[in-house]
Design a protein around this ligand. Structure first.
Ligand code: PBG
Length: 328
């Protein structure tokens, strides 16, 4: 008899559709990445990322109020410094009075319930824009870079970060940071590894925002290749062994398969980073009148969640309520 299976039965009404739907990720699963600059009362919109800006800490504290009210779980802090503060070794990154360290202290004071993550990488602090210290040949020197990353992570923990998140893709960075944290007495600081981080073409708008574009060359010598699945997965497996508390796949949308494969290999929480290019391309599409902004955002976030992400780091986090206002 034709057809005994009629799947449209589940979709006949709004109420039925709702009943058979998986939940959207809650606001508490979201982490909002923010860019902080020095000074007071300054906010510079980021052209390549409409809806996002570089802010001084006092402005960020104001902007956070509605975001915290919407129940967002945390923020991820990126520092943006002036050219004269950059150096060959990126040593500004571990100053006690650096812009990130100051931001951590202020945010903790104002919003004690917000989970603070910090990006640990040298690229925004080096003159050449690479994620580590260069050797004579212009290659990033892995083991020397570890020492600086460890100092940076400890300085963030000292300022009060709940979780440090190394993104430099140096070998051994998790172990080096874990040891340094424990030596400094920070046994409770979470270590979220950007464990499977690809050399992606979707970081463009971010590099504009953070002024962290490499002057010469690219990051293919340290970030993972999207054409080597096994090594990409091994990156996460190794970071778990080194002592990471949270693993991460980055970017998210082109790598939904990797998110679910990493989940099969670990019992740790897995975060997904919905990166700048993934955000900006949806906005650009909507601005041209080619699609509904909130609809596209909602659908892509649901996909990331369905792939298995336990947490989502996303620039959509500061408008969670708009995107998910309509819960159907
Ligand atoms: C630092 C870092 C980058 C991003 C997060 N941390 C840039 C890069 O690796 O080039 C990208 C985030 C985004 O595109 O939203 N290494």
């Amino acid at each position: 008899m034709f057809p005994s299976t009629r799947l449209r039965r589940y979709r006949k009404s709004k109420e039925l559709r709702k009943m058979f739907s998986q939940p959207f990720p809650g606001s508490e699963k979201f982490v909002w990445p923010v860019f902080v600059i020095e000074g007071r009362n300054r906010e510079i919109p980021i052209a390549a990322m409409p809806g996002q800006s570089r802010m001084t800490v006092d402005v960020l504290i104001k902007r956070l109020e509605p975001v915290v009210k919407s129940g967002i779980g945390g923020i991820m802090i990126f520092g943006v410094v002036e050219n004269f503060q950059k150096s060959l070794d990126g040593s500004y990154s571990y100053r006690k009075d650096g812009v990130v360290q100051k931001a951590i202290r202020e945010i903790r004071r104002n919003y004690p319930g917000l989970v603070i993550f910090t990006d640990v990488c040298l690229c925004a602090y080096t003159k050449h824009g690479h994620c580590g210290i260069l050797d004579k040949n212009g290659d990033v020197e892995n083991d020397r870079t570890l020492v600086s990353l460890a100092k940076m992570a400890v300085s963030h923990a000292q300022a009060g970060a709940h979780s440090v998140a190394p993104s430099a893709m140096m070998d051994g960075q998790i172990l080096a940071i874990r040891n340094a944290l424990s030596k400094a007495g920070f046994n409770d600081t979470l270590l979220m590894s950007y464990s499977t981080k690809f050399a992606s073409n979707f970081y463009g708008p971010f590099r504009d925002a953070a002024a962290s574009k490499p002057g010469k060359g690219d990051r293919k010598g340290y970030q993972a290749s999207f054409r080597n699945l096994k090594i990409a997965l091994k990156e996460s497996v190794e970071d778990e062994k080194e002592g990471a508390d949270i693993l991460m796949v980055k970017p998210a949308l082109c790598y939904l398969d990797i998110i679910s494969k990493v989940k099969e290999k670990t019992l740790l929480p897995v975060a997904a980073y919905n990166v700048s290019g993934e955000y900006s391309m949806i906005i650009a599409c909507a601005e041209r009148g080619w699609g509904d902004l909130n609809g596209m955002a909602k659908e892509s976030l649901m996909a990331i969640s369905r792939a298995g992400a336990d947490m989502i780091i996303s620039y959509w986090a500061n408008r969670y309520e708009n995107i998910f206002l309509d819960k159907t």
